[in-house]
Design a binder for this molecule. Structure first.
Ligand SMILES: [Zn+2]
Ligand SMILES: [Zn+2]
Length: 332
């Protein structure tokens, strides 16, 4: 009998689904690409035909200009070549999807990036039992356990209210994390205007066009120092220590990332208020998901593979790593 999943090939530049002649999240331009979500390390420009959710295609349009994309709705079933394919929510960012494929009686799920905790800006992860689960492992070490999002947002608001003469500058990934911080703050009754770095404007608008309400937002470029005192300012992580931040009123520098669990990382970036908020599954979410799906095999795409591989073996699940290149979740 053929090896399980022998119709799926792992290449450094991505996962190739042979009977559909399609690549998943390839790092190089391909004729046919299936894209899990809009982050730059998964969705790149220059492909021939792109299959992705409407939201992901819209994000790619913003980043790379108009795509020759075919939208697929969650749970819509398509047959491509000799493969039945559907996209189901991954709970990572707006429009993010796992790709579920069936071929000759074998079911394979490619998770893309995912998380299990609720996020008001996107649909919740849907568990699909399968024979092979191809998973990320960005935070695949037992040391990574993300706290409750609400308690991290409370720390942010508490710090903000402690000194109304300063602002709190939050470094947050421009796609997903920023909008999540905003909506989670609104859910905790913070309805003051939130200021944003110009680089986030189009993605904020895109989220709102898909019905994610962000409340009153203001561009930092149009505000005085005084106006921003006592307010939250959100910027991409790269802007935290750059010249741009000099226009802000004595900022308390915060950063929202799963990596903030590591004190040294916070120190390196001069982060005074580390917020452990991630759009990736932590160790418990990874292992809980594998337990729930009960796959025969787990293939690990990127991240810290070793510990998760070992965990799988001790739970009688065959596991291997795929050594794909080009995925980076450094600020997530
Ligand atoms: Zn991602
Ligand atoms: Zn990623």
């Amino acid at each position: 009998m053929a090896r399980l999943g022998s119709w799926i090939e792992s290449h450094p530049e991505g996962i190739y689904v042979r009977p559909a002649d399609a690549w998943i999240d390839p790092s190089k331009p391909k004729d046919r690409a299936w894209i899990t979500h809009g982050h730059g390390d998964h969705a790149r420009g220059g492909h021939g035909a792109v299959l992705a959710t409407r939201e992901t295609l819209a994000i790619m349009d913003v980043r790379y200009g108009p795509q020759s994309g075919q939208p697929i709705a969650y749970d819509e079933r398509l047959r491509v070549g000799d493969v039945d394919v559907r996209f189901v929510p991954a709970g990572h960012v707006l429009g993010s999807a796992q790709i579920v494929m069936e071929h000759k009686g074998e079911k394979v799920v490619v998770s893309g990036d995912y998380k299990r905790r609720p996020d008001p800006t996107c649909a919740c992860f849907v568990p699909v039992p399968c024979d092979i689960f191809i998973t990320e492992a960005t935070f695949g070490l037992p040391v990574f356990r993300h706290p409750e999002t609400g308690s991290e947002i409370d720390r942010l608001l508490h710090r903000l209210h402690a000194d109304p003469s300063r602002c709190v500058l939050v470094g947050a990934y421009a796609l997903g994390k920023a909008q999540r911080i905003i909506t989670e703050s609104r859910a905790r009754n913070h309805h003051d205007p939130i200021y944003f770095h110009g680089a986030m404007e189009r993605l904020n608008q895109l989220y709102e066009s898909f019905g994610v309400e962000l409340g009153e937002l203001r561009h930092t470029g149009a505000a005085t120092k005084q106006e921003m005192a006592g307010h939250i300012v959100i910027a991409p992580p790269g802007a935290l220590n750059d010249r741009w931040s000099r226009r802000l009123p004595d900022p308390v520098t915060a950063m929202a990332s799963g990596w903030m669990r590591i004190r040294q990382r916070a120190r390196q970036r001069n982060v005074e208020l580390p917020l452990i908020i991630s759009d990736h599954a932590d160790w418990d979410e990874l292992t809980m998901t594998i337990r729930e799906l009960e796959p025969t095999e787990v293939w690990i795409t990127h991240g810290r593979e070793e510990a998760l591989k070992h965990w799988c073996m001790t739970h009688q699940i065959k596991a291997c790593e795929l050594n794909l290149v080009g995925y980076e979740d450094e600020d997530d």
